[in-house]
Design a protein around this ligand. Structure first.
Ligand code: ADP
Length: 230
C-alpha cells in the first residue's frame, strides 16, 4: 500500500510538471502565433517590426525552456571541452544581454591565471545567465550584480568556482529545501519558470561539479557553481 502511495505521489508530481510545461509552451506558442497574425494584418511597417520582434522574443523563450528541460533531465548532448573561465563568464554576460540603459549592471571579477574547466560552453553560459537573471529579479529596483570566477577547493579535484552575487532580499530559510525542485517558483505566473536553479544544478552535476547557495535574508545571495579544472 505504501509503495502504491509513493507511486501515486510521483505520478501527481509528474502530472504537475508536464502540465506546467505544456501550459508554458502553449502560452509561448500563442504569443508567437498571435503576434505573427497581427503582423500579417498590419499595414504599418514600424508596427509590423514591433510585432515580429515580440514573436521572436516568445519563440526564444520557448527555445530556452527546451534547453532548460533537456539540461535538467540529463538528456542534453554535451559538447565538453576545456574552456577558459573568462570566456564562459563573458558568454554568460552576452546571453543575459542587459538592454542599454538597464537598471541593472554587471561587474565581472575573474581571478588571474585560472585553469581551464571541462565544460559545455553554451550550457554553462545559459546556466550562469539564468543565475544572473535571478539576481536581477532579486533587485527589482536595479543594482549591480557581480559575476566572478576564482580558484577553490570546493570539489575533491582542483576547482574553479563561479559566483553570481546580488544585494537583493535574500532567500527565506523555509524556501531553501524547495529551491532545486523543478517548477518551484515564488514569482508571478509567467515570470518564473522555476527551472533556473534545477537547470544550473543539472548542468553542473553533468560536468562533475556542483551548485551551492549562500544567502542572508536582507543582505543578498551568492549562488556558486563549482566546476572541476580540466
Ligand atoms: P525562477 O527564477 O523561474 O522562479 P529558479 O529555479 O531559478 O526559478 O528559482 C527558484 C526560486 O528561488 C525563485 O522563485 C526565488 O524564490 C528563489 N531565488 C533564486 N535565486 C534567487 C536570488 N538570487 N535571490 C532571491 N531568491 C532567489
Amino acid at each position: 500500500a505504501r509503495e502504491t502511495q509513493i507511486e501515486a505521489a510521483k505520478l501527481t508530481a509528474l502530472g504537475r510538471l508536464t502540465g506546467g510545461i505544456a501550459h508554458d509552451f502553449n502560452n509561448m506558442l500563442t504569443a508567437v502565433l498571435g503576434n505573427l497574425e497581427l503582423a500579417r494584418m498590419t499595414k504599418e511597417p514600424g508596427e509590423q517590426d514591433k510585432l515580429m520582434s515580440e514573436a521572436e522574443r516568445s519563440a526564444r523563450r520557448g527555445a530556452r525552456l527546451t534547453r532548460e528541460l533537456l539540461a535538467l533531465s540529463g538528456r542534453s548532448h554535451l559538447e565538453i571541452a576545456p574552456r577558459r573561465p573568462e570566456g564562459l563568464v563573458a558568454a554568460a554576460v552576452a546571453v543575459l544581454d542587459l538592454p542599454e540603459g538597464a537598471r541593472h549592471s554587471t561587474r565581472v571579477i575573474v581571478a588571474p591565471d585560472l585553469p581551464a574547466v571541462r565544460a559545455d560552453a553554451a550550457l554553462v553560459a545559459e546556466a550562469l545567465a539564468g543565475l544572473m537573471r535571478n539576481a536581477c529579479e532579486a533587485m527589482p529596483d536595479g543594482g549591480e550584480i557581480e559575476i566572478s570566477a576564482r580558484l577553490s577547493d570546493a570539489l575533491d579535484a582542483p576547482t574553479v568556482t563561479f559566483g553570481v552575487r546580488d544585494h537583493g532580499g535574500g532567500i527565506a530559510p523555509d524556501l531553501r529545501p524547495h529551491l532545486f525542485e523543478p517548477y518551484f517558483t515564488t514569482k508571478q505566473v509567467g515570470a518564473g519558470s522555476g527551472l533556473g536553479l534545477p537547470m544550473a544544478r543539472g548542468v553542473a552535476e553533468q560536468l562533475q561539479g556542483g551548485i551551492e547557495i549562500e544567502s542572508t535574508p536582507g543582505e543578498g545571495t551568492e549562488v556558486l557553481m563549482h566546476l572541476p579544472a580540466a
